[in-house]
Design a protein around this ligand. Structure first.
Ligand code: ADP
Length: 358
């Protein structure tokens, strides 16, 4: 059975084609610069057509009827989607309703889904949500302590993101530890350009560092993570900034980039840290925030079987993981520290396969 995974970003489409049940990767590719000046691909609809042409050109399939199912990454599933869903008209309507919570991502995801359905109307398509894995977080952890009215009226709450990655890493950890996931407590740290950390109890997410949007929590490449909201109002007033300008600063000009005034790229900061005190400070702050979250999650979990690191930073910086490991082992010497490469597309393919087999 051939399963295509489609990940439509705001200006790109990533895809991977797998053979199941072997879970073998047959081909992968990327369509970039969608809608940008000078680009041949103007819309996601054209991008999807281009994707299908590439599959045939590269001889990954002889014709499109060989594709048995498509799994789509969808960023926001709000409280509606607690697990992956087979896509029908009702699901499309509900995903459209979630667009207001993720205006940069969900519309692109939706365009990808609609275009694929037009080209291949008969094959099963599945939506896999970044937020779904975190829908088991209890109310005491997902609510913000602002008037309850805002939750009721606007659904302001913590949703969490990177769910597919945290879920994949948790599954892999269970394999490595040779225990059923339902019996494991884990802390999974996804450290890429975006960073988030999740507390997993008996296989279920019970808290995560990202919030209503991906801005909350850890320090990231260009996002600030946790901050006193009062500081934001103060800056806006002093600098006479609009909401959009401030939003841009917190999302695109803060984090490692904001502190170092140099780069959001971890590799560059590591290279420069001996001669540049701000690069060093950015790295120190980044690691400090991770430790703070791990400490908090250790207490809410009680028992921790393993702490797992993944994504670009988590997978490629053994000396930093070693530094964090030493601190953890001072308190809990037996906690296992695992570095596990993430594969969100494979997780989407697996979830798609499971669902269409049911
Ligand atoms: P994204 O969230 O965009 O998928 P990645 O998971 O690719 O991001 O992570 C990007 C981050 O990982 C960057 O800060 C980059 O510097 C860092 N990174 C990637 N490869 C390495 C490496 N070999 N050594 C150190 N850092 C790395």
């Amino acid at each position: 059975m051939k399963i295509l995974v489609v990940n439509c970003g705001s200006s790109s489409i990533k895809y991977k084609l797998y053979s199941f049940p072997k879970q073998e990767l047959l081909t992968k590719g990327l369509i970039e610069r969608i809608g940008e000046k000078g680009s041949e691909v103007k819309t996601h609809k054209e991008g999807i057509r281009c994707l299908f042409s590439k599959l045939i050109e590269n001889k990954a399939v002889k014709d499109l009827s060989e594709i048995d199912a498509i799994g789509h990454r969808v960023v926001h599933g709000a409280e509606t989607f607690q697990k992956p869903h087979i896509i029908d008209n009702r699901v499309i309507k509900e995903i459209a309703k979630c667009c207001q919570l993720a205006p940069l991502h969900n519309p692109a995801n939706l365009e990808g889904i609609i275009s694929c359905r037009k080209i291949l109307p008969k094959i099963s398509q599945v939506a896999v949500f970044d937020t779904a894995f975190h829908q088991t977080i209890p109310q005491r952890a997902y609510l913000y302590a602002i008037p309850f009215y805002y939750y009721k009226k606007y659904k302001i709450r913590k949703y969490g993101f990177h769910g597919t990655s945290h879920q994949f890493v948790a599954h892999q950890a269970a394999k490595i530890l040779k225990k059923p996931l339902q019996k494991l407590n884990l802390i999974t740290c996804h450290l890429g350009n975006g960073c988030s950390i999740t507390a997993i109890k008996n296989g279920l997410s019970i808290d995560t560092s990202m919030g209503f949007t991906p801005l909350e929590g850890l320090i990231m490449g260009t996002r600030c993570g946790d901050i006193d909201p009062a500081a934001i109002f103060y800056i806006m007033e002093k600098e006479k900034l609009t909401t959009n300008q401030m939003y841009d600063i917190l999302n695109k000009k803060s984090g490692l980039l904001g502190i170092s005034c140099l780069s959001n790229d971890f590799r560059i900061l590591k290279k420069e840290q001996k001669s540049n005190i701000y690069a060093k400070l950015a790295l120190d702050m980044f690691i400090y925030r991770i430790k703070k979250y791990i400490g908090a999650y250790m207490l809410i979990l009680g028992k921790v079987d393993a702490i797992c690191f993944t994504a670009g930073i988590g997978e490629n910086n053994p000396e930093i993981i070693f530094q964090i490991k030493q601190d953890i082992h001072k308190i809990l010497p037996k906690t296992k520290i695992l570095v596990i490469p993430t594969d969100e597309e494979l997780m989407i393919a697996k979830l798609t396969y499971q669902l269409i087999k049911e």
